[in-house]
Design a protein around this ligand. Sequence first.
Ligand code: ATP
Length: 252
Amino acid sequence: MIALNGASKRYNGTTVLDDVSIEFGGEGITALIGPNGAGKSTLFGIIGRLIQPDAGSVTIDGMDVKTAPARDLARSIAVLRQDNHIAARLTVQDLVEFGRFPHSQGRLTVTDRDAIEQAIAYLELEPFRHRFLDELSGGQRQRAFIAMVVAQDTKYVLLDEPLNNLDLRHMTDIMKLIRRLADDLGKRVVVVLHDINFAAHYSDRIVAMREGAIIADAPAAQIMDPSVLREVYSTDVDVREIDGRRVALYYA
Ligand SMILES: Nc1ncnc2c1ncn2[C@@H]1O[C@H](COP(=O)(O)OP(=O)(O)OP(=O)(O)O)[C@@H](O)[C@H]1O
């Protein structure tokens, strides 16, 4: 499990993560939702040791993230951030190979090559594998980054807004892929989503954040409730039942 114990973060005197204690990474998919600025990316950054908390600690299967060797951390958890500042002059294949680095240390074995091929196939990137990242559309680039994470083949996978830039079909395809990662490969996935209908449809558990705190944590269907969603987003959201599933209407 990924366990946060009293994690806090402040920037210039403003608390953006407020004494958060929670466990992530049970089986299946957990969606992390919440308004802009709620602290979702900060939470991911702290779990992945990209951001130092001001207080509290994080453990992953008992390993203290603060002191864990980088290689052990990278073999246990993959974090896809929103702001990927990886050089654009990498090809898709280079990027996916990069995902294997914690295993290969730069010398690719047959297992590494298999993982790379599988990730490229999973994300339908074959036609683009030799293209540079800056020669792709936003959605194709997003898929390439997800392929890198898939190739890393970690028990825990954290994805920060993986549906960014994707069209309707690719959004659905990525959510189905994430479901397969959880169901077929046993990955424990935590995914930040802004579309609560995707969150409700594809995840098992939804954790809602607001102003640096966890304000709801329940099976996905229970979060699809007008009063819960109003509290999370400070706006009225209608919830209807269609074919036995709760669907939020928030366009009006
Ligand atoms: N480096 C930084 N310096 C100062 N403030 C920061 C910094 N990084 C984040 N913040 C602030 O911390 C708060 C939480 O940001 P965070 O990115 O974690 O939110 P989020 O829930 O991921 O939002 P979004 O949905 O918009 O991606 C925001 O108010 C943000 O402005």
